[in-house]
Design a protein around this ligand. Structure first.
Ligand code: SF4
Length: 68
């Protein structure tokens, strides 16, 4: 199963991923983006939206999404 990973160490709390996610699957907790996997459809729209590159597919699933 696809999995989106948000690197908490890279997240700057810009909330751009929150604004762009059509499923409203990401929220800010203590200034860091947190994913609700029960809402995520793993389309990968949030990946290019992050200015810090903090969001990506889990390593084994990289390069499978369209990114848009
Ligand atoms: S992969 Fe898609 S649905 Fe999941 S958090 Fe990112 S934008 Fe939202």
């Amino acid at each position: 199963m696809l999995k989106i990973i948000i690197d908490q160490n890279l997240c700057c709390g810009s909330a751009r991923c929150i604004d762009i996610c059509p499923e409203k699957a990401i929220s800010l907790v203590d200034g860091k983006a947190v994913l609700d996997e029960s809402k995520c459809d793993f389309d990968g729209i949030c990946i290019p939206a992050c200015p810090k590159g903090a969001i990506d597919y889990e390593d084994e699933y990289k390069d499978v999404g369209c990114g848009f």
